[in-house]
Design a protein around this ligand. Structure first.
Ligand code: MN3
Length: 199
């Protein structure tokens, strides 16, 4: 099996009470793991099985015959990225170059948080909200289902998963409360700054 479920960067109960161990049992242990299993099954007899997840996404993006491979590879990548976007005791404010870039693109941290939350809340159905680097500036993006900015020439800096499985056990239908809690309590600005450094 070429693709493996990457370790969570913290214990399953580390994000509680904002995201419960029960949610991570299902979201990481079942949903994320299933995307890995599906990706292995779908690529079992293909050279793609020994490629990186990023290479698979680049190879099959836009190919209607490979939509199943794309969806599962993108979901493996998106979830691994999302776990790192959070940490226990997260939230607060960014600093340094990241803070300056957010000020330049959005007119301040509060405006950014408002626009990011709006993107997350208004993504219709399942999907993701993102902060990306694109053409030398920072932008907010939304993607539906498994779609990922990697397939659109953008560099992801931050994401929040807005599929119902991400929040239903803890917040039921209250997606705005989940997103607000993510921003206030969980966001890992150090990881976002690292991603900007690589953009
Ligand atoms: Mn998910």
């Amino acid at each position: 099996m070429a693709f493996e479920l990457p370790a969570l960067p913290y214990a399953k109960d580390a994000l509680a009470p904002h995201i419960s161990a029960n949610t991570l049992d299902f979201h990481y242990g079942k949903h994320h793991n299933t995307y890995v299993t599906n990706l292995n099954n779908l690529t079992a007899n293909s050279p793609l099985n020994s490629a990186s997840v990023e290479e698979v996404i680049g190879e099959v993006a836009g190919n209607a015959d490979k939509i199943g491979v794309f969806n599962n590879a993108a979901q493996v990548w998106n979830h691994t990225f999302y776990w790192h976007c959070m940490k226990p005791g997260g939230g607060g404010a960014p600093s340094g170059e990241l803070a300056a870039e957010i000020d330049k693109a959005f007119g301040g941290l509060d405006k950014f948080l408002e626009e990011f939350k709006n993107a997350a809340v208004t993504q219709f159905g399942s999907g993701w909200a993102w902060l990306v680097a694109d053409g030398g500036s920072l932008k907010i993006a939304k993607t539906g289902n498994a779609d990922t900015p990697l397939a659109h020439g953008q560099t992801p800096l931050l994401t929040v998963d807005v599929w119902e499985h991400a929040y239903y056990l803890d917040f039921q239908n209250r997606r705005p409360d989940y997103v607000q809690s993510f921003l206030d309590n969980l966001i890992n600005w150090d990881f976002v700054a690292e991603n900007l450094g690589k953009a």
